[in-house]
Design a protein around this ligand. Structure first.
Ligand code: HQG
Length: 180
């Protein structure tokens, strides 16, 4: 059996970035055919059954993936670099949201604000704890507080994903404050 982390990484790669590597077609809402994904695992010499994939979807620490209601399709909930439109609902944000990053990006972020970089959106966390985990992927985490309610009142849209990640097109520097 292929270990779950490997399955999760491979799903992220195929469903968010390189479906063509697995011969997969992703529809405009990010869905791929579940059986085609299972076939792709097999073609890549990985022993992954439906039960393995269901376990990875259910156990993903961040709820990265979901099955369609009828169970025939699978998609990543966010984080794509391929063009998809997931239509998460525009949602009124709380007063503050948080972004975990690292020191070496701060000068650029102070100058130009948060940008989506390779993704479609800037990803924001609902709490400092989550932002710390996100920042720690790159080194010692630095936490930026985002004045989200104020941004929204000035016309910026926020979307909330099915796994509690807040998305924004960008965050101008005036709404950012380093808190740790
Ligand atoms: C930084 C993972 C220079 C930004 C995580 C970040 C999250 C800038 C990096 C999710 C910048 C982009 C998203 C600017 C932003 N100049 N650097 N103007 N604006 N940055 O990975 O937020 O495991 O695209 O601070 O846990 O780190 O994929 O975004 O450091 O939830 O499910 O540019 O990805 O989830 O990095 O992470 P990313 P992120 P998954």
């Amino acid at each position: 059996m292929t270990d779950d982390k490997k399955i999760s990484k491979r799903l992220s790669y195929w469903l968010r970035h390189k479906p063509e590597d697995a011969g997969l077609t992703i529809d405009p809402s990010g869905w791929a055919d579940k059986d085609a994904v299972l076939a792709a695992f097999k073609e890549n010499g990985l022993s992954v059954e439906l039960g393995d994939m269901e376990r990875v979807v259910a156990n993903s620490d961040k709820g990265r993936f979901e099955f369609s209601e009828d169970g025939s399709l699978i998609r990543a909930r966010q984080g794509h670099s391929i063009p998809v439109s997931l239509d998460w609902p525009i949602t009124e944000p709380p007063e503050f949201l948080f972004h975990g990053t690292v020191d070496r990006f701060l000068d650029a972020i102070k100058a130009e604000g948060l940008r989506p970089m390779k993704r479609h959106h800037v990803h924001l966390s609902p709490d400092v704890k989550t932002a710390n985990v996100v920042g720690a992927r790159r080194g010692k985490p630095v936490i930026l507080q985002v004045c989200a309610a104020q941004m929204a009142s000035e016309g910026h849209e926020f979307r909330l994903t099915g796994n509690n990640v807040w998305l924004a097109a960008s965050v101008p520097p005036s709404f950012l404050q380093k808190i740790s």
